[in-house]
Design a protein around this ligand. Structure first.
Ligand code: FE2
Ligand code: FE2
Length: 373
């Protein structure tokens, strides 16, 4: 079995020094190439509906397409500072639960905290945009590599969904916010690993289960929190798609993983753990602290201990853990992944609703797509 060192390059998952040592060294890069190591698979078995659940999902996707240009109220005026201040107030203030004594933030006034809040939002939405492009690329790869016709059909609708997601996040950043961030190094490592893997199910596991599982939870939070109507509507649309995407992952892998040996399952468990750690690491938002002129080591350690932060971070795993459980990943090989999720402090979500059960609750109601009504 691999050690933490083999899997994530450090022994202690909470080793702050090691986490912050991973940074994006090419911030001006415009093109980034990754070998995808996969064979394109044709199937000559065209019988539609052999996998009825996937077929249903495909039919649903076809009638759930919204248009990022025409269905969203882009004429909404967004006062970013006002929105950020309101959101901070709703959660008790920017520094409500961190003790800044003895740090450079001790002397911050409302002005610096507001600037920090604005940068955080720019950073957060930039990372979502980059993650969405990861999904676009991964789903295109799944169209090529999955051997089942019903899955190829469904994945092709997801490619279109992801194009819309990249498009609307990019447009929101460009026209309503005040700056972009390059991709976070931890997120980039993860996306590269997913694309790099030659096995078709690893694309699903990394993207549909891990990255999109986290995105669904994070979008849910933001959707609930934000008072800005355009962003709220945008997230509503995106989440209705994401829930379907995660369900696609669970449905496809459930069938495939039922047949795998212990050794093969262990590789999937290790991959899920690595992905979970990378995603947690990126939420330290080290680039924002850098921009504010604060040593990320000072700030990130402090933020890591803040109770609200800890709650938010662990809630991000509220979709991932039940879905991993449903796939049989938690307890194979002597409860390997259960132990790791316990180490990460997220095992308490194991009995929450999995996305195969709940995805329909995210579906858009009749008439909810503006252009269709
Ligand atoms: Fe997406
Ligand atoms: Fe997605």
């Amino acid at each position: 079995m691999s050690s933490n060192q083999d899997l994530i390059g450090r022994d202690d998952v909470n080793d702050l020094e090691a986490i912050l040592g991973i940074t994006n060294r090419d911030r001006d890069e415009v093109i980034h190439a990754v070998a995808d190591n996969a064979e394109a698979i044709f199937t000559w078995d065209y019988e539609k509906g052999q996998r009825p659940a996937l077929n249903r999902l495909y039919e649903k996707a076809k009638v759930s397409m919204w248009n990022g240009e025409t269905d969203l109220p882009w004429d909404t005026e967004v006062d970013q500072e006002k929105v950020v201040a309101e959101n901070a107030l709703a959660s008790g203030g920017f520094d409500a639960d961190i003790d800044t004594t003895g740090t450079p933030m001790e002397h911050w006034t409302e002005v610096e905290w507001l600037e920090f809040g604005v940068e955080s939002q720019n950073w957060m939405l930039s990372q979502f945009m980059h993650g969405e492009q990861g999904a676009l690329i991964c789903t295109a790869k799944i169209v090529e590599t999955v051997p089942w016709i019903d899955a190829k059909y469904y994945a092709s609708t997801q490619v279109m969904d992801e194009a819309r997601h990249v498009e609307v996040f990019a447009k929101y950043l460009d026209t309503k916010l005040s700056g972009h961030y390059p991709i976070n190094a931890h997120l980039e490592l993860l996306l590269d690993d997913i694309v790099n893997d030659s096995r078709w199910d690893m694309t699903y596991l990394g993207m549909q289960i891990m990255v999109e599982g986290l995105a669904l939870a994070a979008f849910g939070f933001m959707h609930q929190m934000t008072t800005e109507p355009l962003l709220k509507q945008l997230l509503r649309y995106v989440m209705s798609d994401e829930a379907r995407h995660v369900a696609f992952g669970v449905l496809s892998l459930k069938e495939y993983y039922a047949e795998l040996s212990d050794a093969e399952m262990l590789e999937r468990q290790e991959f899920a753990f690595e992905a979970a750690v990378r995603m947690r690491d990126r939420f330290l938002q080290q680039e924002v602290w850098d921009k504010m002129g604060i040593d990320p080591k000072t700030a990130a350690g402090l933020v890591l201990q803040a109770p609200q932060r800890q709650l938010f971070q662990s809630m991000l795993f509220s979709k991932i853990v039940p879905n991993c459980k449903k796939l049989g990943l938690l307890d194979r090989n002597d409860h390997w992944l259960r132990a790791k999720f316990t180490e990460l402090g997220v095992i308490q979500f194991e009995d929450w609703a999995d996305t195969e059960e709940e995805y329909e609750t995210f579906a858009l109601a009749q008439g909810e797509i503006a252009s269709a009504s």
